[in-house]
Ligand binder design. Structure first.
Ligand SMILES: [Zn+2]
Length: 131
């Protein structure tokens, strides 16, 4: 099994609803996103997937959130834009994009750094299509 990871970052503001503490106030982060995919089979060139294709996906997703107030972007109008929710939503968005590539790979995880020392990793559910 192979894992490939690409990294991208974006800057955005958020505030946590129903939370007592610093993060209930409007503030921003330079979020770092690490998208990891996995798969078993390499193509004729010897690649699981082209890094360029993965980078394009993570860039496209980060562009949706860059320089935005996350609380105003669905689904964060309804759920809190916590690192945990952000990681899961980005994993879902990435899975849709990766499906379009038509390769035998899937999202393994999305890690979000909201600061240099604080990160959250969402592990995708394993639904291997092995028959
Ligand atoms: Zn925050």
């Amino acid at each position: 099994m192979y894992q490939l990871s690409v990294e991208e970052s974006f800057a955005s503001a958020h505030q946590l609803r129903g939370y007592k503490g610093k993060c209930e106030k409007l503030h921003g982060h330079n979020w770092r996103v690490i998208l990891t995919v996995r798969g078993d089979s390499l193509d004729s060139v010897g690649l699981l997937v082209d890094f360029g294709e993965l980078k394009a996906i993570v860039r496209k997703i980060c562009a949706v959130f860059d320089h935005q107030f996350l609380n105003e972007i669905p689904p964060f109008t309804d759920i809190n834009p916590s690192s945990e929710n952000l990681a899961r939503i980005i994993a879902t968005m990435a899975a849709q994009e990766i499906g379009l590539l038509g390769r035998d790979i899937c999202v393994e995880s999305v890690t979000i750094y909201e600061s240099e020392n604080s990160k959250c990793t969402y592990l995708s559910e394993r639904n291997d299509k092995k028959s």
